[in-house]
Design a protein around this ligand. Sequence first.
Ligand code: HXC
Ligand code: NAP
Length: 295
Amino acid sequence: MNTYEKGMLAPDSLTGKTIAITGGGSGLGLSMAAYFLALGAQVSICGRKEEKLASAAAELQSRTGKSVFYFPCDVRQYDEVEAFREKTIEALGPVNGLVNNAAGNFLSPTERLSHRAFDSVVDIVLKGSYNNSLSFGKYWIDQKIAGNTLNIVTTYAWTGSAYVVPSACGKAGVLALTRSLGVEWAKYGIRTNAIAPGPFPTPGAWDRLFPQEFMQQVDIPSKIPVGRAGVHQELANLAAYLMSDFSAFIQGEVITIDGGEWLKNGGEFSWVGDLIPAEMWDMVEALIRSKSGKS
Ligand code: HXC
Ligand code: NAP
């Protein structure tokens, strides 16, 4: 097993933490929940589908031997978010952590989207994140709890991206929320940070962004300098570190975990390695030197 596939922190690193994870019933939210439980945290998860949450809770129980609290909630609805927070406190006691992980997304040319489709994604991503940040933040300030929020964004929050425009708009807003509250609420002892993952295979993302039918034509590892997609445990390691007190001096920050993908795609000459094989470089160098007249 590679080192990055193993848990990184000591087993009591999240003891005393009670963490609410939106969208914790599948994918990366589920992986974070499993690792937080293993590190001693209590965990509460929400999502829209009760059956999915129940089966996630059963899976977490069998993987970690620990139970989670789950509550069906649409993060776009503020009253449901308040209920999620209140029911979590009733079940587990004071909550001091929040992971805004729930998201909606699908690949589409923007001109094909109805305004309802645009709303749907932006509302899950941005409204869902600020609804939870507001609900938990007001509670933390009122109860003098040193809360900690982790927002899951993505690298196109700052580059933008064609064909996932509502998601890019929503994630850019969540990045602004992270940086703004990281400053404004620090005086209450509240921390706010974000993780920007590159590709981490999950059914939720892959079915909507890289459907099998055309997946064969998209070589994801070739887009990533380290040559592979992310492994859930390495994201869970980073998330656990940010939810722990070991990262107490990290505030308002976004940490990228993408194997160098966005820099490669943004760099003017990143494509050169794909075009010019190693054995051609003697010839290319000689050609370039000849232009300076010093070959
Ligand atoms: C065009 C579409 C569409 C599609 C839905 N719509 N799918 N339009 N192309 N493929 C339209 C619908 O017709 C409708 O508009 C509007 O969007 C709302 O659709 P609903 O199905 O009613 O919405 P809802 O039930 O709220 O579902 C939200 C959803 C869905 C976003 C559409 O995909 C979902 O539940 N997603 C949750 C999980 C998810 O997306 N996970 C992936 C996250 S991955 P009309 O006009 O007809 O009413 C991610 C990774 C990023 O974020 C980075 C990767 C590297
Ligand atoms: P996922 O499994 O589809 O996770 C999204 C979760 O959000 C689901 O559990 C879904 O549950 C929940 N959700 C959606 N709409 C909701 C709503 N209105 N209210 C409450 N919950 C809702 O996908 P994932 O890949 O793990 O994504 C997790 C996070 O990582 C997202 O923020 C995503 O943008 C980010 N991310 C993922 C990747 C990647 O490559 N996987 C890359 C970059 C960023 P229900 O359907 O039951 O509501």
